[in-house]
Design a protein around this ligand. Structure first.
Ligand SMILES: [Zn+2]
Ligand SMILES: [Zn+2]
Ligand SMILES: [Zn+2]
Length: 171
């Protein structure tokens, strides 16, 4: 499947929205993505994904461990890390390297490059798949004889909701 030059995979959610719907949609896409890949979304993997989708904020592994430790006896750290690895491999979850935290993928059914926009005010993360950006990096890398295999682009800034809030407090 070819993507448009710039695709928004996950936009900045409105401050107040029906997040239950985001979770339901994400879980349905996850089931399809696993079925397509011939992988099994075990109850633990499913629960970890639900917790990552708890909000639009990145989640740290130790926060997941704390919640799962309370919920399940057999949620030993290695088990939870393996579930996170699995979710990343299938593309259901992305790791935000600069925050060492995880976010749910907005479009796990499309194999894609991602650029992450991170709001430093509210912490929300949006996901873009801009192919010209990745192609341009690959071309520059190739000019140096470097084959790019993975690109992680994380951009910090202020989301539209926080900009608006800032404008209200400081007219
Ligand atoms: Zn939501
Ligand atoms: Zn994604
Ligand atoms: Zn924000």
């Amino acid at each position: 499947m070819t993507l448009a030059k710039q695709t928004v995979l996950k936009s900045f959610a409105a401050v107040v929205h029906d997040h239950g719907r985001c979770v339901t949609t994400a879980m349905a896409k996850a089931e399809t993505a696993c079925a397509t890949a011939g992988k099994r979304l075990t109850p633990l993997r499913r629960r970890v994904l639900e917790l990552v989708w708890g909000s639009h904020l990145p989640v740290k592994a130790y926060d997941l461990l704390a919640i799962l430790g309370r919920e399940r006896e057999q949620a030993a750290p290695p088990t939870v890390y393996r579930a996170l690895d699995f979710l990343q491999q299938v593309g259901l979850v992305h790791r935000i390297a600069s925050l060492n935290a995880f976010v749910g993928c907005g479009e796990p059914l499309q194999g894609h490059v991602s650029q992450f926009l991170i709001c430093t005010q509210c912490g929300t993360v949006a996901e873009l798949a801009n192919l010209s950006v990745s192609a341009s990096i690959s071309a520059s890398a190739e000019a140096l004889g470097f084959q790019a295999t993975r690109q992680t682009i994380e951009v910090e800034g202020t989301c539209k909701h926080c900009s608006r809030r800032g404008a209200q407090t400081h007219p």
